[in-house]
Design a protein. Structure first.
Length: 240
């Protein structure tokens, strides 16, 4: 899942940013606002630093980032967003996790349920699918940028759990505690990263037919189109 499927996710996220930049910036602003509530200095607030890095990767203007930070710290008003995780199943029994930031939990829950229902899926109870996902650090690097043995040495010495090779490139997996150290080690070695994030990875995946694959992608697209949705995670096993 953290190999080919993660590279598919990178390509999909880039396409979403390119096609819906304004909406993506709005979602990232919410992420910054939430993180900045713990402090407005990214040097002392790791969550804020990661949120700002994501915003810059999406080419969000610095003044927009600064405004979001000030909203989070209360310097320029405040908006009370809360983090909510919705769980459910899509077509073909594929597990779906939806990470959202909302200022109205009841409204968002109803709208997410409608999206699942229309796609032939269903929202489940708490931990109905969440138990099969683990939070890990994932760093993706294009194959042409570094030799596999070199990357293995750098990553494992810094504390990475594994380096997975796929046709698109390498996926470095880390625990939460080791993520920042490994990311800094890769950066210090002058190796550009296609992506670096803490994400949810399933312990088991579900193979899909072409029909189910199309239906799942449509469900993911519909969920990601929702203003409150930050991330969508699945245990779908994507084909080539």
């Amino acid at each position: 899942m953290a190999g080919h499927s993660h590279w598919k996710s990178i390509k999909h996220k880039k396409a979403v940013v390119d096609a819906r930049r304004g909406k993506v910036w709005s979602k990232l602003a919410r992420l910054i606002i939430i993180a900045a509530k713990r402090g407005g200095n990214p040097d002392d607030n790791l969550a804020l630093r990661y949120a700002i890095e994501k915003a810059r990767a999406a080419n969000m203007p610095n003044d927009t980032i600064d405004k979001a930070v000030k909203k989070g710290t209360g310097e320029s008003g405040s908006t009370n967003y809360e983090s909510v995780l919705y769980e459910g199943y899509g077509p073909g029994g594929v597990a779906i996790l939806v990470d959202a930031l909302t200022d109205n939990r009841n409204r968002t829950a109803g709208e997410i349920r409608v999206i699942f229902d229309r796609a032939g899926g269903a929202v489940g109870a708490a931990n109905s699918v969440g138990w099969m996902f683990s939070k890990l650090g994932i760093i993706a690097i294009e194959r042409s940028l570094v030799r596999e043995d070199t990357l293995l040495e750098i990553a494992l010495e810094a504390g990475a759990a594994d380096v997975v090779s796929s046709p698109e490139g390498y996926t470095v997996q880390t625990g939460l505690q080791e993520y920042e150290k490994v990311r800094k080690a890769v950066e210090a070695a002058g190796i550009a990263m296609a992506s670096a994030e803490i994400t949810l990875i399933p312990s088991q995946t579900v193979a899909m037919s072409a029909e189910v694959s199309t239906a799942i992608q449509a469900l993911i697209d519909a969920l990601e189109e929702h203003d409150d949705v930050q991330n969508v995670y699945t245990n779908a096993q994507w084909g080539e």
